[in-house]
Design a protein around this ligand. Structure first.
Ligand code: APR
Length: 339
């Protein structure tokens, strides 16, 4: 997968370059800066002294010395002052300049901490969104494996409302093998915002939902279910119907070109359930369409699997932002999609 979000000490990562959240002097400090200098040894500081500092938003590269990585890319993030002082653009520049340097030095893998989200006070959820968006934009046109290293779980925050909604959906639907089927049958309906305009979903009875879906036969699902195509053929047909390119599809699903090649060319290759669902999200499939795509490789969504329940929640609510989904999966200690 091109973009991974992991929890790790960045100094322990064996990739070709790690990025340091430095300050303008490049002469070391606390946080990740201190950890990298400590792990790299004194020669790193000696080389940094020759660089003449670094502007905010810019990046410079050195060797990795005692670290497991070949290079350290030092970048200086903005200090958060409320968001009205060009902080977002400067933070985006940190990622862009660092990725450009990594590419120039032939790096096939690079790891970022959440720049500016510590001492410099950039709100962690916003810092993560800037990181994901800027790196994803780069990966659309470049082949590289990029890690975002989330050092503490707080960095991977989701809104309280979303957390409450998902928790309630799990409670309503999770089949706990010890206690049997949950009784409540309510579902959230994406088109049913309450009229008071509070912007919250309200629940409708499952029967009403079934009638709603039943009355409007899903033409796509009818068509696909009449075919017994394999996963690759079904995927290509869906891509065609959705009017996107193959590259757009696997990039949006955060699936590597290598995996895409295997799916399309190796007759017996079987993608993981996680990969199939990532494609369903990329294609913005409905719950039924997703279930059909899964069935082409023998998978189903289970009521006794929290990961599946959370995926079902997002499909029903037509939320297809893979990073919102992953932040939520992460929050519920589930494996992330394509990460
Ligand atoms: N591995 C991965 N991430 C880490 C590590 C580590 N070993 N140590 C800290 N982090 C995380 C923090 O939790 C935070 O989310 O890195 C992120 C960036 O935090 P800081 O290191 O404080 O960097 P920043 O907010 O950009 O502030 C830079 O702090 O250390 C000084 O010299 C540095 O003056 C500069 C300022």
């Amino acid at each position: 997968m091109p973009l991974h979000i992991i929890r790790q000490d960045i100094t322990k990562l064996k990739c070709e370059a790690i990025v340091n959240a430095a300050n303008n002097t490049l002469l070391g400090g606390g946080g990740v800066d201190g950890a990298i200098h400590k792990a790299a040894g004194g020669k790193l500081l000696e080389e940094c002294k020759t660089l003449g500092g670094c502007d905010t938003g810019d990046a410079k590269i050195t060797k990795g010395y005692n670290l497991l990585c070949k290079y350290v890319i030092h970048t200086v993030g903005p200090i958060w002052r409320g968001g009205q002082f060009n902080e977002k653009a400067l933070l985006e520049s940190c990622y862009r300049k660092s990725l450009t340097l990594a590419k120039l030095h032939g790096c096939e893998s690079v790891a970022f901490p959440l720049i500016s989200s510590g001492v410099y006070g950039y709100p962690k959820d916003r810092a993560l969104s800037v990181a994901v968006d800027t790196i994803s934009e780069f990966l659309f046109d470049n082949e590289m494996t990029v890690y975002i290293v989330v050092f503490d779980k707080e960095a991977y925050e989701i809104s309280e409302e979303l957390f409450d909604d998902v928790t309630e959906y799990i409670d309503d639907n999770y089949l706990d093998e010890r206690f049997g089927w949950q009784t409540k049958t309510e579902h959230y309906n994406p088109s049913c915002f309450d009229t008071e305009g509070e912007g919250r979903y309200y629940k409708i009875d499952c029967q009403e939902l079934a009638e709603m879906f039943g009355e409007v036969p899903n033409k796509l699902i009818d068509m696909l279910s009449k075919m017994d195509d394999n996963f690759a053929v079904t995927l290509l047909k869906l891509i065609d119907i959705k009017g996107i390119t193959e590259v757009e599809c696997y990039k949006k699903a955060n699936v590597s070109k290598q995996t895409w090649y295997k799916i399309m060319n190796e007759k017996n290759y079987k993608p993981s359930k996680n990969t199939v669902i990532a494609f369903a999200i990329a294609l913005e499939l409905s719950l039924e369409e997703t279930k059909h795509l899964l069935s082409t490789v023998g998978f189903t969504l289970s009521k006794s699997n929290k990961f599946d329940i959370i995926i079902e929640y997002f499909l029903l609510n037509k939320e297809y932002n893979i990073f919102t989904i992953n932040e939520t999966l992460f929050k519920f200690d589930q494996v992330c999609l394509g990460m």
